[in-house]
Write a protein that binds this ligand. Sequence first.
Ligand SMILES: [Mg+2]
Length: 297
Amino acid sequence: MKVLFVYNPLSGMTQIKGHLYSIINIFSKAEFDLNVHATTGHLDAFNVVKDKAREYDMIVCSGGDGTLNEVVNGIMISKADVRLGYIPAGSTNDYATSLGLSKNMLKAADLIVSGEPTNYDVGTFNDKFFIYVGAFGAFTNVAYNTPQETKNIVGHLAYVLEGIKSIASIKAFHLKIITDDLQFDEPFIYGMVTNTLSVGGIYRLKKDRVALNDGLFEVMLIRPPKSAIELSSITSFLLGIDETSPLISIIKTSKIFFETNEPLPWTLDGEFGGNLDKVKITNLKQAIKIIDHKKAV
Ligand SMILES: [Mg+2]
């Protein structure tokens, strides 16, 4: 098995350094024909995987959401028929948790050696790809000043909304939104397109109502609050205290189109996704093979 192991030496709280020899040892014992690449900066993981993925049977990625996003983009653009192994190493790992992957790096490496892949959905975002969340809003741009905070976009949103003194200071964007069967033409302060069971560890979706390989996204749209009570209904929803809010729509769709008069700041998998006035998102059903379960004996 030809394996490319791409890891981010700087990612997150869970440093890979103390585990690197043990992980490589696990891969060597499995007789992987292994190439190891430590990423050197932004887009390095993307470029390496895009250029090399077709030479391999498997790509193993270790890092946080940003590294995973780059590796997924590399695999998708290369159109390589590879399986993906993921050893999560970031500070928050909503997607890895949604897949049921171990936070213990050696256990995650063991599963990559002995496990089997499942086909999971990938999102397209104009000419890019994302694996679990694309979001826009008044607050998404602020977070990039503090990279670690960016990882927890929902926690950040709830925190910002709780701290707001005046409702008038919340910036709303007038959007035209088209989904599989709905249309909106009104102001929103925040929107999030997800394929995950949680975002930021706070915003949780019911496991029996969300599947990561059903070809559908969950979409959360937040309308501007007109009173302090409406504002608190939004934060209560985001923090999981209330199950519904009159200002929040949750919908399922396989594709969604956003259009605004002014560019919106977007995040993709917790990284900056650009300032854009037109965004087309589609769900590529079961487009990537991720190792997530043990072989049936
Ligand atoms: Mg889904």
